[in-house]
Each structure stands twice: as structure tokens, then as C-alpha cells.
Design a protein around this ligand. Structure first.
Ligand code: IVH
Length: 716
């Protein structure tokens, strides 16, 4: 059975560059594997091959047929719908239920649009873009407004009768608003919420949970006798024999069946935008991709269709798929990998969660190495074990999750996971009354660590707030989170053991003084996962204010150098969790602004008003001495000590002055700041002819900048 599990990163489809198979045997073997996978897929059985692998094989089979026409088998999956697969029932379809051709990126989409124009010999009158729902295709026949027959797609020619089960499907009414005879086609699927509920019910009845919503929908639709009901939904994407439907555009036909009471893809939150050009198509598909993960149900792409019936007639169909439509496939959102470990994490609020560590795998265009297992109930219910081949799902911008294990591939000696008895961080009791387990210490569990991090020299630099004092403050119940520090007063602190009135007064003054630290240090101190000092500075310099940062979308976060999709999703989730503490800090007067930085939104507005300005590239907006003429940051290395600055502060200063700090000297380095104790880096800079600046002059440049002057590098 094919699987993408293992230590390699699974291949991503590149249909345009797929390699033909080396031998006719390999080609035939691939077709056999595809048939097996397609048969399971259309029967709604457990996935034997994930989508991306199927698409990759499809592309290689196509490439092989182009290179070696003599190999081609008559019923290749490239020619017929669901070759060898599908449960061909006894309901013969009025017209075959076809498949769709695929494109995988915007270039291929543009090529498809250009080809269609060529085929019909004139510009396409308009396109529609709608979600490609990952469910089961059905055809529903209404006679005089009554639902009389529902059939699955089967092998495309004939399908199984699922009328009885389909009567309970939301969006597919038993009676239309008018007594019309018509056939509606579309997708039956399960929403994410219904999937979670269906699995709970299923397990409560002693069954194994479904691996994913698609399987759940297929299984439920085809089940004859169920001791429980799992809700299904329907969205129509086509209509046949609509009275007076002749000559209607696709969008008008969808509106007409919506009026009859059937829910259509145009009514999903994604809508069905109309596009006139390839550029508009690319935009619409990109917007739909950004919505994926927020729709509440699985989609695996966008379907693009010529809207006008004249264009469709002119384009026609092959035996497999219409030429007037194509599917833009999003990167697979579910793949398989090997679960190498289950770690137990304790969050800031004391929530204890199991986290999966997996062999690297590309999901949704991102390499994923860890994924959430949600909660211990879920983990025990799904019985996911170390060593299992697991399904990893990453829908859009959400954090990847493990949705289940392939039980048939489980090693005989695998061991079930044992949830922790005590909080793994503080050893305290666990509150198991809710799905999300919590350390009974709540925020106080781990408070010592997080407060120490907040007070550290590279964060808020609060002198006098060492480990001992922090432990005493936490033990006395005086602080549980960093914002509580700003509520302390001298009298209260002076009561702590071993802390006299003078030290208490000093400590309170230092805490008070830390309120003016730049936003980047507050951010560092909050310990956002997947960020450290330098990433915190980059975020602060990009957004300028904490408000802009916390309000940024996952997409906007990715505008920051070094922030990819996985990191962006984590940062966004972390900031959501930290929101109450950030609000508390703001209410206590802690500075949440990065000095000298124009907030991202103002920069964007200025850039829009005066397009072509370098404000965007300049990042901070103000004129900064360590910027190149084109506004990009100079690459600067600080070696040896700069008077008054720690190593971290030296790097921080480079960034404050508009540069990018680097640890090693190379040809790309533009400036090397040399202080006492500098070693080989200074010599290398000289060798490479890179400008060298003595540390005291760098300190003077920084002082001038911090005083509000706009010093130029040349003057130093
Ligand atoms: S149109 C003749 N629209 O994708 C064209 N199909 O891979 C019929 N699908 O068999 C298909 N969402 O089961 C169309 N909005 C949508 C769709 C959609 C999901 C499924 C459908 C089809 C398969 C092709």
C-alpha cells in the first residue's frame, strides 16, 4: 500500500514537470495503485493514498502516456472517471458524472484560461470561482418538487442509491419551494463541528472514530443501519434539466436552484465571485485559499468554470472532464507521517496538552514537524501511539493537527500512551474536570520561569528581580503573571523575607523604570513561542506598536523576514493567548511602542498615497544611518565590546539604527564595528576591504540617534 510516511519529506506535485516512468511495468504498477486508491476513495473507505500522492502519480502517468503512447492502457485513470474504482450501483446517471482537470499554481491557471480562449476561438465571457468541497458527489432527482432519488457518483455512469440516508442531509430539502422536476448535483460533506460530534457518538457506541470528515460523510451516507445519526450537509454545484434553464449562466442557474430551496456553493461563506480576466481569477483563488481553514468544512481547492452556456457548449468535454472547468488544487492539507514522540506541554495558563512530534512532512505547502493532539480524552479515544502512521492535517493558517492513526499499519508491539498523573512542570495535581486538563496551580504553575524570563537582562532588564525574589513573590501569591509586577508596592514587597525596605524601594523603582523599555523587549519578555530576542525586535520594528502586532493577520505576520506560515500561525495563536496579559500591561502604563518606528499601517497608507516611495523598504520609515540608498538594511557585524552595551544590546543597537546584525563576516557584510577584545573578525574585515568602525564612534552614532538627531553614517 502506498504511503508517504517516513523520514523523507513527501514530494509536492509539479504536474508540468512530472517525470515519465522508466518502464512500462512501472507505469502499469502506478495505474494499479491508483485504481486501488480510487476504489477506496469513492467507496468512502479509509484513505489508502493521500491526495497529493495520487495527483503526483496522475501527473507521472500522464507524462508517461505523452512520452510513450504505445504504453497507454485503454482505461487509464487519465482517460476515464475513477478507473476501476467507485461503487457502481444500479442508478444510471442521466448524463455521466464527470471529473475535473487540475491545475496546481497560478501559471497553470493562466495557461488553462488562455487555452480555453483558444479552444472557443473568442474571449471567455466570464468565469466563476467556487470552493472545491472535499466530500462525496451525488445526483439528486426531484419530481414535481419532491426528492425522489439520490445516487452517489459511483463509476461516473451509475451510482448507488442513497435516497433514504440523504433525506436527512441539510441543504437538500425533501420538497422544493415549487413543484419542479429537476436534477441537482453537488457534494455531500460533514462540517468540522458535525465531524467532532459524529466521532463522539461513534465512540460512545463502541465504534472506531472516522479518520477525517470526508470518510465520515461517505461512511454515513452509505450506511444502511446506524444506531446514531451523524449530520451531513450539501452544497449544489450543478443543475440539469432546469425548466426554463436553457441559456442561463452557471451563476444564474445556481441562484435559481437556491430559490427553490437547495443550498449552493454560492451560499457558502466563500461565495462564488465572477471574474473577467486571468488576473482576477488568480486573485479570487488566492482569497479562497486564505479562507480555507475558516470555512468550517474541508475544501481541497477552487473550481473555476466558464459562466456562459455558449462558452461551455463551444468548449465541450472529454470523456473524463469538461474543458470549460478546472480545479485549482490547494496543497494537500492532509498527509501521513510517522509519530516519533508524544510530548506533554504546559501552557502559560497551566493548560496541559499532548503534542505530537512527527517525521517532517509537507502539508499545505509547509514542512510540519509537530502537531497538536488536542487533549488527552481525544488522544485516548483515538488511541494514537508512538510509531503509528498518523494523518496530519493543516488547513490554511491553523496549527497542524493529528486527526487519527492508520490502525492497519500499527506495529504489533506498539504501546498505548499513558497520560500524565501529575503536572509535568510543577509536579502538582491535575484538574481533569474539563476536556482541557489544567494544572491546579493555573497561571502560578510556571510563573517563576516566565517571570524570570520577563525580568531578564535581555528582556525588561529589571535589576533586583532575581530567582529568589520571584519565588518569594509567587509563593506569597503576590504575582502570577508579569503584569502583576506593576501592582506591587514598597510596603508589600518589604514584608518578604530577606528583603529590607531599601532593597524593596529599589526593586519597585526598577520595576517602574522598566515601563519605558521598547516594545521589542516587552515582546521578548513575554516569551512568545518560536520567537527570540532578534525575532521580537524584527516584529517590533515591522509593526511599531503592540496593537498593530496583535491585530495582524497570519498573512501580515509573514511579511516579516524569517516568518513563514508555521511560525506565523504559532505567533498569532500565542499572541491571542497572551492578550489578557498584554492588556493588563497596557493598563498599568507599560510602553508598548517601538521608538522611532512608524507603525506598519501608517507606512502602508503612506506608501499607497505616494506609491514608489521607499517608506516600505525602509521598514522603520524614519531616515536611519544604517540604511542603504535603496532603503534596505546594511549588514553589520559587531565584534568586541561596545562601551556601555552588552553583546545583545550591540545587536539591538544595529537594528535600532536601521541595520541588520549578523554574527559572521562575509563578502555581504557592509560594516564591522570593532571594539575591545575583537578577534579574527576584525582581521577578516580588513582582508575583505569592508568598512570598519571603532566601537566608540558607533556608540556616539547611537547616542546621536537616540537623542533624536538624524545622524548620517558618513559623519562618524
Ligand atoms: S463541478 C462536470 N464544482 O470534485 C463538472 N465539482 O474532482 C462537475 N467537487 O466530481 C464538477 N466541489 O465531486 C464541481 N464546486 C464544485 C465541486 C466539485 C467538489 C468535486 C466533484 C467532482 C470532483 C472532481
Amino acid at each position: 500500500m502506498p504511503t508517504t510516511a517516513g523520514n523523507e519529506i513527501a514530494p509536492v506535485v509539479d504536474a508540468a514537470h512530472a517525470a515519465p516512468f522508466a518502464t512500462a511495468d512501472d507505469y502499469r504498477e502506478a495505474i494499479a495503485r491508483m485504481r486501488e486508491a480510487a476504489a477506496a476513495y469513492y467507496a468512502g473507505e479509509d484513505i489508502v493514498m493521500d491526495d497529493a500522492t495520487y495527483d503526483a502519480l496522475f501527473a507521472r502517468v500522464s507524462a508517461s502516456e505523452a512520452a510513450h503512447p504505445e504504453w497507454a492502457v485503454a482505461d487509464s485513470p487519465t482517460e476515464v472517471v475513477a478507473a476501476g474504482g467507485g461503487v457502481a450501483g444500479d442508478v444510471v446517471h442521466s448524463t455521466p458524472m464527470l471529473s475535473l482537470a487540475n491545475v496546481f499554481d497560478s501559471d497553470e491557471l493562466r495557461q488553462w484560461a488562455a487555452r480555453l480562449e483558444k479552444v472557443i476561438g473568442r474571449p471567455v465571457a466570464g468565469f466563476t470561482v467556487e470552493p472545491k468541497i472535499d466530500g462525496m458527489a451525488i445526483a439528486a432527482r426531484y419530481v414535481d418538487g419532491a426528492l425522489v432519488q439520490v445516487a452517489t457518483r459511483g463509476d461516473g455512469t451509475a451510482g448507488e442509491d442513497v435516497t433514504a440516508q440523504a433525506r436527512a442531509v441539510a441543504g437538500l430539502p425533501g420538497r422544493l419551494t415549487r413543484p419542479v422536476t429537476v436534477e441537482v448535483r453537488g457534494e455531500v460533506f460533514m462540517t468540522d463541528d458535525d465531524f467532532a460530534r459524529a466521532n463522539e457518538l461513534r465512540v460512545a457506541h463502541g465504534g472506531a472514530p472516522f479518520a477525517n470528515p470526508r470518510n465520515a460523510a461517505a461512511g454515513t451516507l452509505r450506511a444502511q443501519d446506524r444506531a446514531y445519526l451523524a449530520p451531513l450537509s450539501f452544497l449544489a454545484y450543478a443543475v440539469h434539466d432546469l425548466p426554463d434553464g436553457e441559456g442561463l449562466t452557471h451563476s444564474a442557474a445556481m441562484a435559481a436552484i437556491a430559490e427553490l430551496g437547495v443550498t449552493t456553493t454560492a451560499q457558502s461563506p466563500a461565495g462564488m465571485p465572477r471574474c473577467a480576466t486571468a488576473d482576477e481569477l488568480v486573485d479570487a483563488v488566492t482569497s479562497l485559499g486564505a479562507l480555507r481553514g475558516k470555512l468550517g468544512f474541508d475544501i481541497d481547492g477552487a473550481v473555476i468554470k466558464a459562466d456562459a452556456p455558449a462558452d461551455r457548449d463551444a468548449a465541450g468535454s472529454s470523456s473524463r472532464a469538461p474543458r470549460w472547468a478546472t480545479a485549482f488544487k490547494f496543497p494537500a492539507d492532509t498527509r501521513t507521517s510517522t509519530l516519533t514522540a508524544i510530548e506533554v506541554q504546559v501552557g502559560r495558563t497551566g493548560v496541559i496538552t499532548p503534542v505530537a512530534v512527527i517525521a517532517p512532512v509537507q502539508v499545505g505547502g509547509v514542512v510540519v514537524t509537530s502537531a497538536t493532539l488536542h487533549n488527552f480524552d481525544d488522544l485516548v479515544r483515538r488511541d494514537v501511539r508512538v510509531g503509528d502512521t498518523v494523518f496530519v492535517r493543516r488547513a490554511g493558517e491553523v496549527i497542524p493537527e493529528i486527526t487519527g492513526a492508520k490502525l492497519d499499519e500499527r506495529a504489533a508491539d506498539s504501546v498505548a500512551f499513558t497520560p500524565p498523573e501529575h503536572c509535568p512542570r510543577c509536579g502538582g495535581e491535575i484538574d481533569r474536570s474539563q476536556k482541557r486538563w489544567r494544572c491546579t496551580q493555573g497561571r502560578a504553575c510556571g510563573a517563576t520561569e516566565s517571570l524570570a524570563y520577563f525580568a531578564a537582562r535581555d528582556s525588561m532588564d529589571i535589576e533586583g528581580l532575581g530567582d529568589k525574589v520571584i519565588r518569594a513573590l509567587v509563593a506569597a501569591g503576590m504575582v502570577t503573571d508579569p503584569a502583576d509586577l506593576y501592582d506591587l508596592d514598597v510596603a508589600a514587597v518589604a514584608q518578604l523575607e530577606r528583603l529590607g525596605a531599601t532593597s524593596a524601594a529599589k526593586l519597585i523603582a526598577n520595576i517602574e523604570g522598566s515601563k519605558t523599555q521598547p516594545m521589542s523587549r516587552v515582546l521578548t519578555g513575554l516569551g512568545v513561542r518560536m520567537t527570540g530576542r532578534s525575532m521580537s525586535r524584527r516584529l517590533a520594528r515591522h509593526f511599531g506598536t503592540m496593537g498593530e502586532l496583535t491585530g495582524a493577520s497570519v498573512e501580515q505576520l509573514q511579511e516579516v523576514e524569517g516568518v513563514g506560515p508555521e511560525r506565523a500561525a504559532t505567533i498569532a495563536a500565542e499572541l491571542r493567548e497572551l492578550a489578557p496579559i498584554i492588556d493588563k500591561l497596557a493598563a498599568r502604563g507599560v510602553n508598548l511602542v517601538e521608538p522611532g518606528v512608524i507603525p506598519a499601517s501608517e507606512r502602508a497608507a503612506a506608501a499607497a498615497a505616494e506609491s514608489g516611495s521607499t517608506a516600505e523598504a525602509a521598514g522603520g520609515g524614519a531616515r536611519l544611518p544604517l540604511r542603504n540608498e535603496d532603503g534596505t538594511p546594511m549588514t553589520v557585524v559587531v565584534t568586541g565590546s561596545v562601551p556601555g552595551l552588552s553583546r545583545n544590546e550591540g545587536n539591538e543597537a544595529v537594528e535600532r539604527l536601521g541595520g541588520k546584525s549578523s554574527g559572521s563576516v562575509s563578502k555581504k557584510t557592509q560594516l564591522v564595528v570593532v571594539g575591545d577584545g575583537a578577534g579574527s573578525k576584525a582581521a577578516k574585515a580588513e582582508e575583505l576591504g569592508i568598512r570598519i568602525m571603532p566601537a566608540d564612534r558607533f556608540a556616539a552614532l547611537l547616542a546621536a540617534h537616540d537623542a533624536g538627531d538624524q545622524p548620517s553614517l558618513a559623519a562618524f
